[in-house]
Design a protein around this ligand. Structure first.
Ligand code: FES
Ligand code: FES
Length: 360
């Protein structure tokens, strides 16, 4: 089902399963992982967000019920003065240790401070009773909220001060200018990666416009045919004993003026299927080079779907993007095309693990 809603001031048009909870959509599809999941049954309050200005448990809220709603997650309060005061007070009064309960606790506390103003400790404790803290205890939390509420009058208007959104990429800014909502595959995820290229923007764009050559730079990719905007090809993936070769089709559009391109495609291998969209843009970079901005949204189903989780894929895509950038630079410099080889997911995972163990 399609749901149109606003999250942290940005419009989205998302395809979700009817059973998808708001928390899962926020975390898995929009990568807003500040919303935590504890009990997943409406008891602990860790998943609390604002829906149309009111605190709500996102773990027991269906995403499809949020059509037309304004949702604010903890990431959306960066410029909100009440939340800023609460954050500082939580820090000053030692109101958190592990921080797991903190996003939900802060969202609830902000509502209490604005709705009640200064109040008694007993009322404050009652108001906060729906948010459980498993490690800090409540003395520091109550002290912090009491300090922020001191001297305040209740406020009828509780609008969140305009969100200081995360730095938007030019692709997103362009999309927002055109009021084009983000459309993602159901249950999918989205991420953005930027890689530096040694090649100048003109040379990088010229290389990227040649899809056959580009395909040779992407590990595991093979382009079978191009007819107008239609392309057909395959991507090989291997994870230990699990191997898949996604054969599929897609459509490509290129815009020379803004040096942007977009590929929408889908493919399958037996029980696993993949669908997604990739957008790219070449921008001037440091030292006469360029910056390649890549935005991906995807959905995997079948046996390989377990590897489609955003947090895992983000690291993998970063490594893949770096490999792609190195290959593209070599191609632009007139060096031999890299040998086509499958995307070794196991090798990438091992590299990721090593990097994490070594703290790189
Ligand atoms: S995770 Fe939603 S209330 Fe506990
Ligand atoms: S700070 Fe750890 S659960 Fe509250």
């Amino acid at each position: 089902m399609q749901v149109n809603l606003t999250v942290n001031g940005r419009p989205h048009s998302l395809l979700v399963e009817p059973r998808t909870h708001l928390a899962d959509m926020l975390r898995e599809t929009l990568n807003l992982t500040g919303t935590h999941l504890g009990c997943e049954q409406g008891v602990c309050g860790a998943c609390t967000v604002l829906v149309d200005g009111k605190p709500q448990r996102s773990c027991i809220t269906f995403a499809v019920d949020c059509g037309g709603a304004e949702v604010t997650t903890i990431e959306g309060f960066d410029a909100d003065p009440t939340m800023t005061a609460l954050r500082e007070a939580f820090s000053a009064h030692h109101a958190l240790q592990c921080g797991f309960c903190t996003p939900g606790m802060l969202v609830t506390a902000r509502d209490v401070v604005l709705r009640l103003g200064e109040t008694t400790e007993a009322r404050l404790r009652e108001e906060l009773a729906g948010n459980l803290c498993r490690c800090t205890g409540y003395v520091g939390i109550v002290d912090a909220v009491t300090a922020v509420a001191a001297g305040r009058q209740p406020q009828a208007q509780q609008a969140v001060v305009a969100t200081a959104a995360r730095e938007a990429a030019p692709l997103l800014q362009a999309a927002e200018r055109e009021a084009t909502p983000t459309l993602m595959p159901a249950g999918g995820a989205m991420l953005e990666e930027r890689v530096a290229l040694a090649a100048a923007p003109e040379a990088a764009w010229a290389a990227l416009a040649d899809l056959r050559r580009v395909a040779t730079c992407l590990p595991g990719a093979q382009l079978d045919s191009i007819e107008g905007e239609r392309v057909a090809g395959r991507v090989g993936v291997a994870l230990g004993p699990i191997k898949a070769s996604f054969a599929g089709t897609g459509s490509v559009t290129l815009d020379e003026a803004s040096r942007t391109g977009k590929l929408i495609g889908r493919g399958r291998d037996g029980a696993s299927s993949a669908e997604g969209e990739v957008g790219w843009q070449v921008l001037p970079g440091a030292g006469g080079g360029s910056t390649l901005v890549v935005q991906l949204s995807w959905r995997l189903t079948g046996p390989l779907a377990q590897f489609g989780r955003a947090a895992l894929v983000r690291d993998l895509v970063r490594r893949l993007a770096q490999q792609f950038a190195a290959n593209l630079d070599a191609m632009v410099a007139g060096q031999a095309a890299p040998p086509a080889r499958p995307l070794g997911l196991f090798a990438l995972l091992w590299g990721l693990l090593k990097a994490r163990l070594l703290g790189r």
